[in-house]
Design a protein around this ligand. Structure first.
Ligand SMILES: Cc1cc2nc3c(=O)[nH]c(=O)nc-3n(C[C@H](O)[C@H](O)[C@H](O)COP(=O)(O)O)c2cc1C
Length: 371
């Protein structure tokens, strides 16, 4: 039997489990169409909102790089470096809902069998703001969106009633999710912030509100580094900076830790993993913890804006992986999804050395070590 890369996730059939996450790669219909042509199984649009959006002056994203022969980490472009992370303080889409609706229609007409998830965001705490969520949802699903991803996780919001400020409040998470579920005819995914003490609590609130899937991680709150020569932040406007979001390779292990918490708490839940994915080996971590899809941002931004080579590598990697394990009867993601979920245990459950090898933290008794 041939390998099968397709997955069904929250009732939607994807040709493969690899999605572009909500970010610059999905900020326009032309990018999204290029992404589908390149092979991505689905896209999550750049977050759409109703409030006016004005980004900071100057660059919104930069990339932090490491050098192999020194400990230097810097955003300065220089040869022979390896990517450490992306850092951004970009807001949600600065295009209006009216701009987005015909674009979603166009994409779905051109690619009826590819999955487009509309990322949406509004405020909370008042009936007017909850109605905004419903207005966004209704317009996007009427235009043909296959699902929603609720942005409860943007880390750089001044408004206390938006983004990760909702994602840190279990009550608001449930209320917002419920409001969208009231009007949604398509699945609702909740994208949570990693910057809380116990992400399981926020996931529980999302599920209580009716969420069909949990998505993690958005970027981690962080600052750019200070240049030791100029004493300025490497990214600033007139010398000033504010907290932004870290993505890319640096957050892969951290996002995995969040995901392990989630998939263990809700073994039958549906999860979409994001954070630091550039190749199939990275994606495999999320699949083995139990994710049914994964999403990519930073690696795609650095590869012709929508990641044609990244998706090629992901598809080739998964095909080769399934072929290599064909003798185990593995044909699709469902055959290996979640296989390592139960290997993450509490520290006290990790085996200690035998007493003859362990001296209670003290030096080995003299004359014993050579035995
Ligand atoms: C420049 C930039 C803009 C982003 N904009 C959004 C957004 O509008 N909505 C959202 O939910 N996430 C947004 N994200 C977060 C990404 O979708 C993703 O969760 C994060 O970058 C981690 O994935 P990565 O490690 O592959 O970059 C943005 C990320 C970057 C770098």
């Amino acid at each position: 039997m041939a390998t099968d890369l397709s997955v069904t996730f929250t009732g939607l059939k994807f040709v493969n489990p690899f999605l572009l996450s909500s970010a610059p790669p999905t900020e326009s219909d032309s990018n999204i169409m290029r992404a589908f042509d390149a092979g991505w199984g689905g896209v999550v649009t750049k977050t759409i909102g109703l409030h006016p959006v004005i980004n900071v002056k100057g660059p919104k994203t930069k990339f932090l790089r490491a050098t192999p022969d020194s400990s230097r980490l810097s955003m300065q472009k220089r040869p022979g470096t390896a990517l450490h992370s992306s850092w951004n303080w970009e807001l949600i889409s600065d295009k209006t809902l009216d701009w987005w609706v015909p674009k979603i229609e166009r994409v779905k007409q051109a690619h009826p069998n590819r999955i487009l998830i509309a990322s949406i965001m509004a405020g909370s705490g008042s009936d007017r703001e909850l109605a905004h969520w419903q207005e966004l949802a209704t317009a996007c699903q009427d235009a043909g969106a296959d699902a929603f991803e609720l942005n409860l996780s943007c880390p750089h919001m001044d408004r206390q009633d938006m983004g990760s400020n909702i994602g840190k409040d279990q009550g608001l998470i449930s209320v917002v999710t419920k409001a969208v579920k009231e009007v949604a005819r398509v699945p609702v995914w909740c994208k949570l912030t990693p910057s809380t003490t116990d992400i399981v609590a926020e996931a529980r609130a999302s599920l209580a509100g009716g969420a069909d899937a949990i998505v993690s991680s958005n970027t981690f709150p962080s600052l750019p580094l200070i240049d030791p020569d100029t004493l300025d932040f490497e990214m600033n406007v007139d010398g000033y900076v504010s907290s932004g979001g870290l993505g890319g390779p640096a957050i892969l292990p951290q996002s995995l830790a969040k995901m392990a918490q989630l998939t263990q708490a809700f073994p039958d839940g549906r999860f979409s993993g994001i954070g630091g994915i550039a190749d199939f080996g990275h994606a495999l971590n999320y699949f083995l913890l139990g994710c049914g899809t994964v999403q990519v941002c930073t690696a795609a931004m650095l590869d012709h804006a929508i990641g044609p080579n990244v998706i090629k590598g992901l598809i080739a990697g998964m095909t080769e992986f399934l072929e290599r394990h064909a003798d185990r009867g593995w044909r699709s993601l469902e055959d290996f999804r979640g296989l390592r979920r139960d290997r993450v245990v509490s520290h006290s459950q990790i085996k200690r050395p035998d007493t003859k090898e362990y001296f209670g933290g003290r030096d080995a008794p003299e004359g014993y070590a050579s035995v």
